[in-house]
Design a protein around this ligand. Structure first.
Ligand code: CUA
Length: 304
């Protein structure tokens, strides 16, 4: 607990287990009564049907008790919901963009990352949007989930209260690369976070430094669909791409081309123009500046 703020999992889990306990009790009760009735009111024991009058006490009981139960569930859920929607004023802001098919995070100082690095014990506010279709951001360890909607900013907050890495992924089907929209929340010590936050280039400390082109391939989500090691994913591999002969399909006709700068630039700007044979025409147009495209082309040339 920090400044009166605590982890959400406690209140979410208690409502969950409360509902679970009610469900188990009702299942056992209904099944038990059903089995008893089958025996007690069988035709053998009751050859002649009898008219059963209403029972006021029983009707009051089965109206009042479930009403109280759902009110308790509502009260627990409402408390958790209010807590979730009330962002502490000292929260650190991180802008989150979901796109087909990756997440990117931008910090207040302009730093960008593909992993959500956060310092221990400081509330984090995520301002979420999408660059293309509906996505949904989910961090199961913190019990938080929110839609990423194009043209709209939604938000979430959480308190990182334990050092470690936790899954963060898309939980709304958004196309062929949906399952690739997975990354990590890394909760760092305040010191380690400061160090990372102040360094110029994106690096989590463990990986070797990447060239700008390689970083862009990650940041723009390219490698969700294009492998770097020669294996086929949703799209053709980037390994050995430059100078490769490819059969492409345009307007229903096959054509053989050699992958050059012009082809790569066109494929980024207008992915539907020349589709590599054997792959589905599903690549989204990815907004990029001319500089960014140049960096990517230069990097692709090096992937032999
Ligand atoms: Cu984004 Cu599923």
């Amino acid at each position: 607990m920090v400044n009166g703020w605590q982890h959400l999992s406690g209140s979410v889990d208690s409502v969950f287990f409360f509902i679970m306990a009610i469900c188990i009790a009702l299942l056992a009760g209904v099944t038990g009564v059903m089995l008893y009735f089958v025996v007690r009111y069988s035709r053998k024991r009751n050859p002649h049907p009898v008219d059963v009058a209403d029972n006021l006490a029983l009707e009051i009981f089965w109206t009042v008790v479930p009403t109280l139960l759902v009110l308790v569930i509502f009260w627990g859920g409402w408390k958790g919901f209010q807590y979730m929607r009330t962002v502490p004023p000292d929260a650190m802001l991180v802008k989150v963009t979901g796109r087909m098919w990756s997440w990117s995070f931008e910090y207040e100082n302009g730093k960008r990352s593909t992993v959500l690095n956060v310092p221990l014990q400081r509330p984090v506010k995520l301002a979420i949007t999408s660059a293309d279709v509906l996505h949904s951001l989910f961090i199961p360890a913190y019990r938080i989930k929110e839609d990423a909607v194009p043209g709209l900013e939604t938000y979430l907050w959480f308190l990182p209260d334990e050092i470690g890495t936790y899954d963060l992924f898309c939980t709304e089907y958004c196309g062929a690369g949906h399952s690739a929209m997975i990354t990590k929340v890394a909760v760092l010590s305040p010191k380690a976070f400061e160090q990372w936050y102040k360094t110029e280039e994106e690096s989590d400390g463990s990986k070797p430094h990447l060239s700008e082109g390689a970083e862009l391939l990650q940041e723009k989500g390219c490698i969700a669909c294009h492998s770097l090691d020669g294996s086929a994913k949703v799209g053709p591999t980037f390994k050995g791409l430059f100078g490769r002969k490819e059969t492409v399909v345009a307007a229903g006709k096959d054509r053989t081309i050699t992958v050059d700068e012009e082809y790569i630039l066109r494929s980024i700007k207008d992915p539907a123009a020349d589709i590599t044979k054997g792959f589905p025409p599903i690549m989204p147009a990815i907004p990029m500046s001319d500089d960014e495209m140049r960096e990517i082309v230069e990097h692709l040339k090096t992937l032999k």
